[in-house]
Design a protein around this ligand. Structure first.
Ligand code: MTE
Ligand code: MO
Length: 309
């Protein structure tokens, strides 16, 4: 294949952040009172299990990212790979209800779940987590969800189950990127080793900022893995499969030399096309040092021998 495939991540770091000026301008407008409720990214309606009680074990080393920034600057290639701020305006046709998450594969009790039922019946809590995209932008947000291990317990994996695969929704009629970007293998797919999936940090998320998850952030249900680059955390999941062998992943398939299976945040391991030493915190894009495992080594370092990438 000699065709040059355009990928969102194949742009220089300078080009990757034209939005910082825009976001600052928005902030100024908001401060001046020019943007009212209509200027906010649409979130879900509060009520039901939201807001959930915050788990005090997870603290931040920085302020919480403003909701309009985390809900208005999104990586969601099913909609748009070039303009993170356009995603929130492209999700209108995306139907998130009814929705079924199928849990299948090497389990004793395969099950189908409705995300709304999960939010009502699982031990949901709010966690403040840092998020680090492989592109270097970062944020810190209050997710609502439950430990993925709780769902695993309900399906009883067999001893042969060594990995978990996550598959996002395929809705070409509702997701223009799935039609336009023919060079990717849709739907989005990701994976974890079993011990990573059972780690207490692995969080299945149904809410953000004390409300149901906005569509652009991966409604109605997504994974959040704060010690890994953001692309490991699949959005809008419809299938979870327990398997015996390490699975391929969407980004590894697209660019095997650039994206490995583990993808743990590591400042010392540069991306082939840019450094990972520092990160840029949205919306102001001020630089901070990247932390090993995104600052979560206390929880996750014991799972690795330092060679995983
Ligand atoms: N299905 C799907 N999941 C996805 C992505 C995507 O394009 N499609 N992007 C990933 C990337 S690169 C990041 S950084 C996060 C972004 O999540 P956010 O928009 O809620 O911040 O989602 C991840 N999960
Ligand atoms: Mo990302």
């Amino acid at each position: 294949m000699l065709i040059k495939i355009p990928r969102g991540w194949e742009i220089s770091e300078n080009q990757a952040t034209p939005e910082s000026g825009y976001l600052n301008r928005r902030q100024l407008l908001r401060a001046a009172g020019f943007l009212g409720a209509a200027g906010l990214a649409a979130g879900g309606t509060a009520g039901g299990p939201y807001p959930a009680k915050r788990n005090p074990d997870f603290t931040l080393d920085r302020p919480i990212t403003p909701d309009w920034a985390a809900e208005g600057y999104n990586n969601f290639y099913e909609f748009n790979q070039d303009d993170k701020q356009a995603v929130k305006n492209m999700v209108g046709k995306f139907q998130i209800s009814p929705w079924t998450v199928e849990v299948v594969g090497l389990v004793n009790k395969p099950k189908k779940f409705d995300p709304d039922d999960l939010a009502r019946t699982m031990p949901i809590e709010e966690r403040l987590y840092r998020h680090r995209c492989v592109e270097a932008w970062a944020m810190a947000v209050p997710w609502t969800g439950f430990p993925f291990s709780e769902l695993v317990k309900r399906v009883e994996p067999k001893p042969e189950a060594k990995y978990v695969r996550f598959i996002s929704v395929f809705r070409p009629k509702e997701m223009p990127g799935q039609v336009q970007y023919t060079w990717y293998q849709w739907p989005y797919f990701e994976g974890l080793r079993m011990d990573e999936a059972m780690n207490p940090l692995a969080f299945m998320v149904t809410g953000l900022y004390g409300k149901p998850l906005p569509k652009q952030n991966g409604a109605p249900i997504r994974m959040v893995l704060p010690w890994k680059y953001g692309y490991k955390s699949a959005k809008s999941i419809v299938k979870i499969e327990f398997i015996a062998k390490e699975p391929d992943t969407f980004w590894h398939r697209s660019a095997p030399g650039e994206y490995g299976f583990y993808s743990n945040v590591n400042p010392a391991k540069p991306h082939p096309r840019w450094s990972q030493r520092t990160e840029k915190v949205i919306p102001d894009m001020e630089r901070r040092p990247t932390q090993l495992y995104n600052g979560y080594e206390k929880w996750v370092a014991g799972m690795y021998n330092g060679k995983e990438y």
